[in-house]
Structure formats: C-alpha cells, structure tokens
Design a protein around this ligand. Sequence first.
Ligand SMILES: [Zn+2]
Length: 157
Amino acid sequence: MAQARCRYCGRWFKSQPGKGGRQKTCGAEACRRKHKRVLDRQWRAEDPLWVRARQAKVREWAEGREYWKEYRRRNPEYEERNRAQTRERMRRRREEERRARAILGDPVGYLRELRARCGEDVCKTGTGGAVVVEVVEYLMARELFAKQEGPDSRAGV
Ligand SMILES: [Zn+2]
C-alpha cells in the first residue's frame, strides 16, 4: 500500500483501499476539516455565481427567522462596534477621496509642484523618497477613482 504524507499535519499515512491513492489527509478529524475548508474555498473561487446564489439563500433564511435582529438583540455590543467601525471606515474613505479629488482637480499643477520641489531642495538633501511617496499617492488617487468606475461599467454588461 502506498505511503503518503498528510499535507496538513505532515504525518505519513497509508491510503485507505478504495480511494485509489487520491486520499489527501491522514484521516484525522482536524486534517479532514482543514482539507474541507481548502476544497470549499476552491469551489467558491471557481464558481462566483454559486456563491451569489448561496448568499441569497442564506440571507433569505436569516430574514425568515429574523436571525440578525435576534443576534443584535442578544449582542448589543456587536451593533455598536459595527457602527464605530463603519464611521471610521467612512471617515477615512472621505479623507482619501477629498485628497484624491484635490490632486485630480489639478494633476498637472500637482506634478509641476512636485517637480519644482524636487529641483529645489528635497531631492538634493537626500529626502527624494518623500517625493516618490507623493507620486505614489497621485497614482493611488487615480487608482481610487478607476476602481469606483469599475463595477459600474461592468454592471451594464
Ligand atoms: Zn493529518
């Protein structure tokens, strides 16, 4: 019988007859669970439509029995933490957008200013890295808006 190594715990094991050498785990509960998670992740990655259909089903199930309403009632701290996280996320997002908008409102002016500063002292004093950071920020600003256009343009397909 062929020996194989469990990819989760590293133990050697003899594959069970009937599995034709396709056995991936040593058979321990923990390793089988890990393997199942890997397979599930693969499955989801390969079939986003299935994932969406599944999410809709779960949502329907949860709504039917007011699952989340009940969960929030039993765990009030969950809702408060969620609110705080959302507030912080939105604040950071608005700040990023405000900065991106300022840069993209006058990209040429922004780059001209960078170039001028580089010509003056920033690069010469060896802190040119700061300018690189700002160029990256400019590119990030472009990226931010490019991403926002992405889902909308795809929705029409
Ligand atoms: Zn194992």
